[in-house]
Design a protein around this ligand. Sequence first.
Ligand code: COA
Length: 275
Amino acid sequence: MPGEFTTVRIDVDPDGIGWLYFARPEKRNAMSPTLNREMIEALDLLEADDAVRCVVLTGDGDAWSAGMDLKEYFREVDDAPPHVEVRARRESAEWQWRRLIHFPKPTIAMVNGWCFGGAFTPLVCCDLAIADEDATFGLSEVNWGIPPGGLVSRALAETLPSRDALWFVMTGETFDGRRASEMRLVNEAVPTSRLRERTTEVARKLAGMNTHVLRAAKVGVKKVRQMSWDTAEDYLYAKLDAATGHDPEQGKQQGLGQFLDDRTLRPGLGAYERG
Ligand code: COA
């Protein structure tokens, strides 16, 4: 896969998993304007590559990401002409929520270590999240004199109960992967020794499924949050018809055939065999 990057890294494995790395371990994978720009490009490459059927976002070294780069994103941009800040904010938002939340393939955040501040946005915008139980999370902004910036508070409102969100935003205290899982900020927390194995297991499962149908399924859940029941009913039926009508592998016909005719499938217990 092409891509000349200095702050991110892509590895595509034969099982269809695209591993996307924050690759600034010496800066604890802090998100600089360069990293934000490169992430947009990297996600475009992963989207276009048919060999990639699931994306895992993780970090090189002992950090997932220490949040926005305090030097390159804050201090240097504060001192630059206004259009530089406008661009830096746009590019940051572009991948951290917009590209990720609507990414057409399944995405998993594999949180391998430090996860602070701005890093909560891409964390929440990945479909699923699996953390090292000893990973350290924190909304540390108040500790250095700002309220959470960017879309961090929006991401928290999406996932955390209000009491927990306010507690951690206001105290700036850290919590570990176990607590992140209890609060449902992540799906699971596992020991360090099992993190990659467990993530690979989940990613492989998703990579082996019908990408077209998974996309419709996840977009449906995300979009209806903002809708009334009336609008959701109309939207979801339209989505269902579009998804099944345009499915290149005609999964519904295969699934129904395997259950009703061949009697080889129990859909309650596992996915249909993709032909
Ligand atoms: N922005 C810019 N640089 C950062 C950074 C960030 N968010 N987080 C870490 N770095 C840099 C440090 O400045 C240091 O650079 P240097 O080696 O050139 O001096 C390097 O990464 C290592 O950081 P260090 O603090 O020595 O590592 P540590 O392992 O002892 O501690 C953290 C790791 C994550 C606890 C600590 O770096 C930290 O608190 N970072 C800021 C986290 C934060 O508040 N993020 C919110 C941003 S919105």
